[in-house]
Design a protein around this ligand. Structure first.
Ligand SMILES: C[S@@+](CC[C@H](N)C(=O)[O-])C[C@H]1O[C@@H](n2cnc3c(N)ncnc32)[C@H](O)[C@@H]1O
Length: 258
């Protein structure tokens, strides 16, 4: 209901109805035999790591609910995740990783390998949140030195961003009205507690909104992902740009005592 109300407010009634129809159509395609087979394409990660992050075993009902209120579940591709992590101009141990729309937690597990200070997933579907908790439990048991990790079950629109340097990861989690609301919440958080924030955006459907937003600058990207950051260096107040010099500058700041 909340998504529907926000959608009508954001798009107007007719466009909101069209968006709902498009979502229903997209999810009905999932029933096609060819799509069903494709679901098993993401199993390699789970076999390798003995976890359950695949979408092959999620119920149609859960996917339908998620699609109608947000976006359905797809787990991140490890190779693209790796590219995105390498593009971040940071020292990982200074940053907290937040995955908004974390599903069964694959991105959380992958982020743990990079040595973030701590890792938080935000997922509003209870059954995927529970799967993420179980995956985290297994991962932590097998990797005692892993950073603190948690999955919280809530709507990302209500999430209070921790007042720490953050990498916020988004893999196609929201329709436009929710994306805009969450980005505004992040902007407010940056104003209240100024600190470096990087947005790691996989599946760049709403990148034009980021380009226009004015407080984030693009750091790196391909057709499949983009990294944006808010950081202005402490000395000259310059904005960051993609490039080695700036990369080092942000690193130096990230290393500085706070
Ligand atoms: C494409 S999946 C991404 C899963 C995970 N981040 C990954 O990369 O493996 C998008 C997820 O966002 C969740 N989602 C959609 N809207 C949400 C909201 N408003 N609050 C929290 N989670 C949401 C969906 O339930 C789904 O699990």
């Amino acid at each position: 209901m909340r998504h529907w109300r926000d959608s009508v407010r954001y798009f107007g009634l007719w466009r909101a109805v069209r968006e709902l129809a498009a979502a229903s159509w997209r999810i009905s395609l999932e029933l096609l035999p060819s799509r069903r087979k494709a679901r098993f394409g993401d199993l390699d990660y789970d076999w390798e790591h003995e976890v359950d992050t695949t979408r092959s075993n999620v119920s149609f009902r859960a996917q339908l609910l998620a699609e109608l209120a947000g976006r359905p579940y797809f787990a991140s591709d490890p190779w693209l995740f790796e590219q995105i992590m390498h593009a971040l101009p940071i020292h990982f141990e200074d940053f907290t990783f937040v995955d908004l729309g974390s599903g069964k937690g694959r991105a959380l597990l992958m982020a743990a390998r990079y040595g973030f200070k701590r890792i938080i997933g935000v997922e509003f579907m209870p059954e995927w949140h529970r799967a993420a908790q179980e995956n985290i439990r297994k991962f932590a048991a097998a990797n005692p030195s892993a950073p603190a990790m948690e999955s919280v079950c809530m709507d990302a629109r209500d999430f209070d961003f921790p007042a720490e340097p953050l990498v916020v990861y988004l893999f196609n989690p929201f329709p436009e009205p929710v994306f805009v609301a969450v980005m505004e919440r992040l902007r407010q958080s940056a104003l209240t507690a100024p600190r470096p924030l990087f947005l790691a955006y996989r599946y760049t459907e709403f990148e034009s909104l980021l380009e226009k937003c004015g407080w984030l600058k693009k750091v790196a990207g391909t057709e499949q992902w983009a990294v944006y950051g808010n950081w202005r260096d402490s000395a000259g107040g310059e904005e960051i740009h993609h490039g080695d010099t700036e990369k080092k500058r942000v690193r130096r700041w990230a290393m500085a005592p706070r």
